[in-house]
Design a protein around this ligand. Structure first.
Ligand code: SF4
Length: 185
């Protein structure tokens, strides 16, 4: 199976508890005002074989997998395949989705995806309710603990932002309240 993937990170600490592999899907039609990641909206661009993503996940030897976007559930078969791979390896699973839990449950693959998640952060980003901590970008979003794997305190202790500096000097800025290049100057 292939998917449109905006980016991956092999060792993030700002996208859920512990050290996590993150997949940012490419494509989102939900159109939240003030979205931090508008470059992920267009449902176009290169695709990648999920076998390659899973091989990178294995090589990273992380605590868990986080799916983000873009909107993971607009490529639900790929999201489910990645979650199944993480679960088979006994790793933690977390997904950020602009859809609410109820909306997800009504989607064809929603119940299967929910059944393979430890943590779901759901709902559209609403800039008027900006929060930026505890893994929630805005206060209307909800942190759902779908299994007993993580405590609320553990998940909410996730750092709000991180900066990763690549070997080539490139900067990657992630988290629910990511810094901007301008704020670093
Ligand atoms: S659902 Fe997420 S990626 Fe899509 S517009 Fe809203 S905040 Fe941005």
């Amino acid at each position: 199976m292939i998917a449109r993937v905006h980016a991956t990170a092999s060792a993030s600490r700002a996208n859920g508890p512990g050290r996590r592999f993150v997949v940012w899907f490419q494509g989102c039609t939900l159109g939240c005002a003030g979205c931090f990641n508008p470059a992920t909206h267009v449902a176009a661009g290169p695709t990648i074989a999920l076998d390659e993503v899973i091989a990178a996940f294995d090589a990273a030897a992380v605590d868990g997998l986080t799916l983000s976007g873009g909107e993971p559930m607009q490529q639900a078969p790929a999201a489910l395949e990645l979650l199944l791979a993480a679960r088979r390896r006994g790793r933690s699973t977390l997904m950020f989705s602009g859809y609410t839990r109820g909306e997800l449950a009504a989607q064809a693959l929603g119940p299967a995806v929910l059944a393979h998640l430890d943590v779901l952060v759901d709902g559209r980003y609403q800039p008027a309710d900006k929060l930026g901590h505890g893994l929630r970008g805005s206060a209307n979003q909800t942190l759902h603990l779908l299994t007993a794997r993580h405590s609320r305190a553990e998940v909410e202790a996730t750092p709000e932002a991180e900066i990763r500096i690549g070997k080539d000097g490139s900067l990657e800025l992630t988290g629910v309240a990511p810094l901007t290049v301008r704020s670093l100057r």
